[in-house]
Design a protein around this ligand. Structure first.
Ligand code: 3LM
Length: 404
């Protein structure tokens, strides 16, 4: 494969070990915990880093390595480290770059467990954090302290779908010598490559679009060769959040269709968002692909398209939202996103329940917000499902009022 190959080619061919002894087309699965040394001297040299070779699957594995090289290529970064979950990727990137006494700046709204990790876990180790509105350059700059080391964000943000300017974040990071970390889970390298702007580290929950089939939890961190070496030796080796080779193998398989899956997710989500926007029973739709979205200007530049996640609010109260998500059929009522199956959930009580009421309000996550991940089903069926759910939920609400 040429370096100039399109990303749709890279998802299939990048990282592949062309020297497999049997010429296997599919990546072999090295489902082994440990590797046998030829002799004591070789084992000692591998431990000392004096010769190449595998030792033990927590430290490295040939199947896992293919996944890492593939993701590094897709994100245009030098190297990558695969992890047991997305949270292991987020925590490894942060733990490797923060020590007691340090400070980081994070986005006010983040995936609930990333927020909880920064707020409740890093603080136990003497790392402080400021949560800011990252669309506001002045607010970010005002939060920088002499001990600030890292800036951490998602774009679009889970679940508010706000878009953050990556060039602005990279510029601020360079100016203040901060390490910038972007969670690229929602868009994947097919739609957004933060490295182009000078972002230092990209993390993913590979559980989502990268795998795409809802049967794995995993994560990945991409960055410079020295940064990944540091993350592996300082965190993954001793904290132990490395990926299982079987999960790496499933993600390599899932990745082959990433480009075509993302195309379908984007096209269907755009249709669903436009449909919702026209309904009198829908109050607001948050999807960057809509001209009414404040981040719409970034679509076609920073982000190739808007991805498959939509957030929206219905007219009515939290009960209306609950009734609605209780009545979808094709949209399964489940957290997560990026799967073939469409999913729907209620961030305030589910994915973002780690925020208290006050923090959620400050982060712009309302109690009536619904988040959906538009899957690969026929979009007409999905729209019909939403119409049916609305009708069923209205009937249920009328019944419960008349029964009172
Ligand atoms: C969710 N999100 O439904 P894992 N970064 C982002 C994420 O969305 C997530 C992670 C990291 C959801 C999971 S909630 C219990 C289910 C932007 C996960 C963490 O550790 O692989 O789950 O990734 O929004």
């Amino acid at each position: 494969m040429k370096d100039t190959a399109d990303i749709a080619t890279k998802v299939i061919h990048a990282g592949k070990n062309d020297n497999d002894q049997y010429g296997s087309l599919a990546t072999p699965l090295y489902q082994t915990s440990t590797f046998i040394f030829d002799n004591a001297e070789q084992g000692a040299k591998r431990f000392a880093g004096e010769t190449q070779g595998y030792i033990y699957s927590r430290l490295g594995n040939p199947t896992t390595r293919e996944l890492e090289l593939k993701l590094a290529s897709l994100e245009n970064m030098e190297d990558a480290a695969a992890t047991a979950t997305g949270m292991a990727a987020v925590s490894a990137a942060l733990l490797a770059n923060l020590s007691a006494g340090d400070h980081l700046i994070a986005c006010k709204a983040l995936y609930g467990c990333s927020y909880a990790f920064i707020k409740h876990q890093l603080s136990r180790f003497g790392v402080s954090a400021s949560f800011v509105d990252m669309s506001n350059k002045d607010e970010i700059e005002a939060a920088v302290r002499p001990n600030t080391k890292v800036i951490f964000l998602e774009t679009p943000i889970n679940p508010t779908m706000e878009v953050i300017d990556l060039q602005m974040i990279a510029d601020i990071s360079r100016q203040h010598q901060l390490i910038s970390i972007v969670d690229n889970t929602f868009l994947t390298p097919i739609l957004q490559q933060p490295q182009k702007y000078g972002i230092d580290i990209v993390v993913h929950s590979a559980t989502k679009y990268l795998n795409g089939h809802g049967d794995v939890v995993a994560g990945i961190v991409c960055g410079s060769a020295s940064m990944i070496e540091h993350i592996k030796s300082a965190v993954l080796k001793d904290f132990g959040g490395t990926i299982s080779p079987h999960d790496a193998w499933l993600i390599i398989r899932g990745l082959k269709t990433l480009a075509i899956r993302i195309e379908r997710h984007c096209a269907s989500a755009q249709r669903v968002a436009e449909f919702l926007q026209q309904q009198p029973w829908v109050k607001t739709v948050y999807y960057p692909g809509l001209a009414s979205h404040p981040g719409h200007g970034y679509v076609g530049s920073q982000m190739k398209a808007s991805g498959g996640v939509i957030a929206f609010e219905l007219e009515g109260d939290i009960k209306t939202a609950e009734q609605f998500i209780n009545h979808t059929q094709l949209f399964s009522l489940a957290v997560s996103l990026g799967d073939a199956e469409s999913l729907i959930q209620h961030p305030a009580s589910m994915t973002h329940s780690a925020y208290d009421q006050h923090e959620r309000q400050a982060a712009g996550i309302s109690d009536t917000l619904i988040r959906m991940s538009v899957g690969l089903e026929c979009v007409d069926d999905l729209i019909e499902d939403l119409i049916d759910a609305y009708q069923q939920s209205t009937i249920t609400s009328i019944r419960s009022v008349s029964n009172q």
